[in-house]
Design a protein around this ligand. Sequence first.
Ligand SMILES: Nc1ncnc2c1ncn2[C@@H]1O[C@H](COP(=O)(O)OP(=O)(O)OP(=O)(O)O)[C@@H](O)[C@H]1O
Ligand SMILES: [Mg+2]
Length: 257
Amino acid sequence: MAVKLRIDHVSLSFGGIKALKDVSFDIEEGTIHAVIGPNGAGKTSLTNSINGFYTPQEGDILFEGKSLKGIPPYKRAKLGISRTFQNIALYTNATVLDNLMAARHIHMKANLLTGALFYGPAQREEIEHRRRVEEIIEFLEMESIRKARVGTLSYGLRKRVELGRALALEPTLLLLDEPMAGMNVEEKEDMARFILDIHERQGTTIMIIEHDIGLVMDISHRIVVLDFGEKIGEGTPEEIRHDERVIKAYLGQEVSA
Ligand SMILES: Nc1ncnc2c1ncn2[C@@H]1O[C@H](COP(=O)(O)OP(=O)(O)OP(=O)(O)O)[C@@H](O)[C@H]1O
Ligand SMILES: [Mg+2]
């Protein structure tokens, strides 16, 4: 299997805080790969380093074999790396449909000028974007809320719109930062089903950060465990479940929490 993403000796610090310490692992193409660990372990910092918000001081990140160094976030999105946010980042005054269309527009070839000169192609492109967005709305079962303003939706639904926004970029690598946090059991089950469907139908490689260990173990092929910025474990769910160091640093406390 091909390596989709390689984290190669990545270190990232903020002043004296070492958010990531010499972290290395591979994500194989077409797998669901979880990143777990206690609060402040560096999980979001890793996501931010992959999508280009943060620039690690050391190491490299390779996407499909090529270094991402110097490539800004919007270009990484165009390459196929798309993410959701731990703290939802949507236009709350706009509708679900408009939020998804806004995300689509980074895929637009026609700019304002060519749009004005060649009205036909630009219009066709807009129709195609609309069609793709409607497909995502149908897939995520959001038909009834497509015209609703995002700010009026429940937290669980906003998380779903966030996933839709990430999907509108047509990623081949999807980074999900706690997509089920704060959800009730039913909402979590729906979200897990959508994630598995995306993976099955489109073969999308997925990196998921999630604190619900039972769920992580259920849906992931491999798991990486971070603690204080360091990788302290990696393996299949079964291996991680029995890893002494992981149990001590994280799983023990999750069970008792
Ligand atoms: N922009 C930043 N500036 C300064 N420090 C930061 C910044 N981003 C992250 N950190 C620090 O880096 C460390 C790792 O934080 P990070 O948010 O990556 O953890 P996390 O594993 O995502 O935690 P959680 O489970 O709470 O979301 C923390 O000590 C945090 O305070
Ligand atoms: Mg985080």
